[in-house]
Design a binder for this molecule. Structure first.
Ligand code: AMP
Length: 119
């Protein structure tokens, strides 16, 4: 059974898609956390960044840089996040980058664990 983002790629379920090319799709997050909150995914299924081939990642970099220009956030700035696995808080097991922007973003503690207790 294909994952929810594969279903978006196959247009089995609708999405508010902004841009796509032969390798990637960019669409609005259904539960936005900032004025601009876009998800960028590869059309080929990889579970997370941990599985992403570096040559495809290089193409994704270019796609996201172009997307930032189209969104008009390239100068104002934005944040890219990819959550990986359980501790990373990943909910959808198809690698995706969150592109967040459109306002000054906050930067707060990510965990109740002591950040000074590093290994
Ligand atoms: P993550 O926790 O990094 O796996 O993030 C998953 C993201 O996917 C969340 O921000 C959700 O709001 C978003 N999401 C889940 N289902 C959909 C959908 N059908 N269309 C758009 N965004 C979705």
């Amino acid at each position: 059974m294909s994952c929810i983002f594969c279903k978006i790629i196959d247009k089995e379920i609708p999405s508010d898609t902004l841009f796509e090319d032969e390798n990637f799709v960019a669409f609005h997050d259904i539960n936005p956390k900032a004025p601009v909150h876009i998800l960028v995914i590869p059309k080929k299924h990889y579970q997370s960044f941990q599985d992403m081939p570096s040559d495809l990642m290089a193409k994704m970099t270019t796609f996201i840089q172009r997307l930032s220009l189209k969104l008009g956030v390239d100068k104002s700035g934005y944040r890219l996040i990819t959550n990986i696995g359980e501790n990373g808080g990943q909910e959808v097991p198809h690698i995706h980058f969150h592109l967040l922007g459109g306002a000054k973003l906050k930067w707060e503690h990510f965990t109740d664990a002591d950040p000074k207790n590093m290994f």
